[in-house]
Design a protein. Structure first.
Length: 611
């Protein structure tokens, strides 16, 4: 949700900034802009993708060794050139980029307007700029101190970066609720909302925490607290590499990430899952597993696709470990004054580790004295650092806005957690544990088999590319997969789709069925198979077009359904790891065939750092 980059050093800043913005574009792509200091402060900003900005810069080069850049996901004010960041001081002396929301911007704007300040944009960010100006004008403070004082009057969230014409050797950044990382080079520094724009220059980074402000010069940097106390910050090593954040020959990141799943799942199990007792060791939860195993309730909070993974986790943990689980939208959890008894545990799931609502859920639970455990993909992310303990997915960076490999890695980690808890609680016999482990270890190879059949899924997508509505139905652990299939299609193809538990069809969705309605059924040959087949019969009787995803042997389904996608057999609880792959591929191919921008679907952002 908005990407920020900054550079100070001896390279041409414009090159580093455009490169960085391109890598951060998955965080927002409504407009992009840069400000570069070189004797004067020059700002260039354009509605649309980073490409539009870089074309503009190519025709009219901006030189300078210090600068900031921004790619926007619009919140306040429509995406246009004027609302694009950076925003500049009235006298043009400094420029600022911002990620987050200034929640009290209306009252601040009113006050500043009454004082005579004028505004040319509809953004909350410009209010922050005028506020900094006002502090400077009234106090004569240095820019760094004025920023700190202005920020103390702001409610809401921010990650900001500022450069000034008055000091060509200074880059200032501050954060509260919106991530910022400083990459440390040799006499040069790189600022980024995440590691993507930094990784090709350096692996050494410093993570800024909430309330911290950093002043960076070519000779070094200092991080200050809100109370102006200088901090000693730890330097961390990034673990991702450049290759992982590039497309590697695929047309889209989403396709690359779908195809990577055999490897990413393997990585989520490496060193954790064993053929012999103790079968599972999740190192990050090792010290807290006894507390977790004795929890009388586990509440899992997440958003979007991670919420769907949580739902699969609910089935797995309840079935294998017999601990009651509730799954909550993080955004709802925080605002409903949740009742958390002493023995409850909260688990949050987030690919990015930066989702504002999920982070707020962490804080809500912690404020009630409840331990919070995290399942995150991004190492060093805010949620990973704020939770009491946790597990990384090790799925590698996910760039495509529609989450794919993170979902399967999340389900893989949840499956391992369920087995680890089961073992500790003596729910399953050794033989049963061995059997589940065997099935989980086989999943990467089985996913590869599904991926090898991608061509036949493309043919199905070709047939239904013009459909305006889709229904997705599944039962048990495949109900969340139906939700995920529908979400994927909505996200990247802009096709209306709904996911339902198959048996709920008769309570409403069946009214929608006609010959124009494709219905995707997940009909695994498990305990609910016969019931799902009855639902398929009901759809067929009403002329609906059925696409069935199944592991059942060739037979009845093949005569009943228009299309059957066969996937390998695994144990019932782990079927989502296989059944979700055709869902991902159907939506990917339909989006491509409809000419949609797969990796950057309209109105969405990868990392939702505002409420
Ligand atoms: C956004 C993304 C989704 C993601 C959701 C939660 O909506 O577009 O792909 O599932 O945020 O993100 P998280 O990083 O917390 O898993």
């Amino acid at each position: 949700m908005c990407g920020i980059v900054g550079y100070i050093g001896e390279r041409e800043a414009a090159d580093v900034l455009i490169n960085g913005l391109t890598r951060l574009e998955y965080r927002g792509y409504d407009s992009a802009g840069v400000a570069i200091v070189n004797g004067s402060l020059e700002v260039r900003k354009k509605k649309g993708k980073v490409k539009t900005l870089s074309n503009d810069l190519a025709g009219n080069v901006l030189r300078g060794k210090l600068g900031i850049g921004h790619t926007r996901w619009a919140t306040h004010g429509p995406p246009n050139d004027i609302n694009a960041h950076p925003h500049t001081a009235s006298d043009g002396s400094f420029a600022l980029v911002h990620n987050g929301i200034i929640e009290n911007y209306t009252s601040l704007k009113e006050r500043l307007t009454n004082q005579g300040y004028t505004f040319s944009t509809q953004t909350d960010t410009e209010v922050l700029v005028r506020l900094i100006e006002d502090v400077r004008n009234s106090t004569g403070l240095s820019l760094g101190k004025a920023i700190r004082q202005a920020l103390s009057q702001v409610q809401g969230t921010y990650g900001i970066a500022v450069v000034s014409n008055d000091d060509p050797d200074m880059l200032i950044a501050a954060r509260k609720g919106s991530p910022l990382i400083l990459g440390i080079g040799d006499g040069e520094y790189f600022l980024g909302s995440d590691a993507a724009p930094i990784i090709e220059y350096t692996r050494k980074v410093v993570y800024l925490n909430d309330g911290e402000l950093i002043i960076v010069r070519r000779s070094g940097f200092t991080v200050y607290t809100v109370d102006n106390i200088a901090l000693d910050k730890a330097i961390h090593e990034l673990e991702w590499d450049l290759e992982q954040i590039e497309k590697g020959g695929y047309d889209h990141f989403m396709l690359k990430e779908i195809m990577e799943q055999p490897a990413s799942i393997q990585n989520a199990m490496r060193g954790r899952l064993f053929k012999k007792a103790p079968y599972v060791v999740l190192g990050g939860l090792f010290d807290v597993i006894d507390k977790l195993k004795d929890a009388d309730r586990i509440i899992i909070c997440a958003c979007g696709t991670s919420w769907h993974a949580a739902l699969v986790g609910e089935y797995m943990i309840e079935a294998l470990a017999r601990i009651p689980v509730e799954v909550e939208y993080a955004s709802e959890f925080r605002y409903r004054n949740p009742i958390l008894r002493k023995n409850a545990a909260v688990l949050v799931i987030s690919q990015s580790g930066e989702t504002a609502d999920t982070l707020a859920a962490v804080k809500e639970a912690q404020s009630q004295g409840i331990p919070v455990y995290g399942i995150c993909n991004t190492v060093g992310s805010t949620i990973a650092r704020e939770t009491d303990a946790g597990v990384y997915l090790h799925a590698g960076p996910e760039i495509g806005v529609a989450s794919t490999k993170a979902f399967t890695a999340q389900v893989t980690v949840l499956a391992q957690l369920a087995l680890m808890l089961s073992n500790r609680r003596n729910v399953l016999t050794d033989k049963e544990l061995k059997n589940y482990t065997k099935h989980l270890l086989a999943i990467p190879g089985q996913i590869q088999q599904v991926l090898d059949g991608a061509e036949s899924i493309l043919k199905i997508a070709e047939i239904y590319r013009y459909a305006n509505n889709f229904l997705y139905l599944g039962r048990g652990p495949n109900f969340p997969v139906a939700l995920e299939g529908a979400l994927k299609l909505k996200e990247i193809s802009y096709v209306h789709a709904e996911g339902y538990p198959a048996a709920e069809m008769k309570h409403g969705p069946i009214a929608l069925i006609d010959r124009f309605m494709p219905v995707v059924f997940i009909a695994m040959n498990d305990s609910s198979y016969d019931k799902v087949v009855s639902n398929i019969e009901e759809v067929v009787a009403r002329d609906g077009n059925v696409i069935a995803v199944t592991d059942a042997p060739v037979g009845h389904l093949d005569t009943l359904c228009q299309h059957v996608i066969r996937i390998p057999t695994t144990t019932e609880l782990f079927t989502p790891l296989l059944s979700v792959i055709p869902m991902q591929l159907i939506s990917y191919y339909i989006a491509v065939l409809r000419g949609c921008h797969v990796d950057q679907p309209r109105n969405l952002a990868k990392s939702v750092t505002v409420e």
